[in-house]
Design a protein around this ligand. Structure first.
Ligand code: DX5
Ligand code: ZN
Length: 228
């Protein structure tokens, strides 16, 4: 089995005036990667930051942390090269935001980043499926993208299960409302990359939350491999 349990805190819910130290703190608490939410106020009704911030963050945290860029933007083609130059490792775009996913996947690979492909709650998994063999990760949103701290949508889990059954070694990420209360559903369905914002950042003990999330997912992966 090629995939493993990885926990990526979403720093959207952290003190954004201290982003560098918050990222370092998350890595020190055992995060496997950092999930960075880019919003343009158009694709989603909220604004965050762009590649100049990512460039500064990269300088501040060093080369090691893996940056998964969640691009909630209307023109994802526009930011591929700037994000690669700024030090992004993975470029996760929304299938709803482009008419030519194939070309975008190619451009992201050519710029040296991994490719993530995301679907909003209203988008079927069948729309993602034709691209699954060309991407590194599929992101199944478990809230409407735009804001942290929303309620987990359990009814997205059949998408995760279906993807896991069709693509046994694909990295599958869930994002939105994921924490100790919802992680078992995600793990059972077959997600292995877990984004968690408020549940991790808002905790008094982020290290324990990260460790718990990883343990639940790792156990589900092991169970699945024994069942096969
Ligand atoms: C929502 C973002 C998420 C968000 C997750 O649009 O994509 O990454 O920050 O935060 P929680 O875990 O609080 O839902
Ligand atoms: Zn996100």
């Amino acid at each position: 089995m090629a995939y493993s349990a990885k926990i990526g805190p979403s720093i959207l819910s952290s003190d954004l005036s201290c982003l560098g130290s918050e990222c370092v703190r998350m890595m020190e608490c055992g995060a496997d990667y950092l999930h960075l939410d880019v919003m343009d106020g158009h694709f989603v009704p909220n604004l965050t930051f762009g590649h100049p911030m990512v460039e500064c963050l990269r300088k501040s945290v060093g080369q090691d942390p893996f940056f998964d860029m969640h691009m909630m933007v209307s023109r994802p083609e526009q930011w591929v090269k700037p994000m690669a130059a700024a030090g992004a490792n993975q470029y996760t775009f929304h299938i709803e935001s482009t008419t030519n996913p194939g070309n975008l996947i190619k451009e992201i690979k050519e710029s040296g980043m991994k490719v993530g492909l995301a679907i909003k709650p209203g988008t079927t998994v069948e729309e993602l499926a034709p691209w699954a063999n060309q991407i590194d990760m599929a992101l199944v949103m478990t809230v409407e993208p735009g804001f942290g701290g929303q309620k987990f949508m359990e009814d997205m889990m059949p998408k995760v299960s279906w993807l896991r059954s069709q693509f046994p070694s694909l990295d599958i990420e869930v994002d939105g409302g994921v924490g100790p209360d919802s992680i078992h559903k995600c793990a059972e369905a077959g997600a292995n990359m877990i984004v968690s914002g408020s549940a991790v950042i808002g905790s008094d003990d982020p290290r324990s939350v990260i460790s718990l999330l990883r343990t639940v997912v790792a156990e589900a992966i092991q169970k699945r491999s024994l069942d096969r």
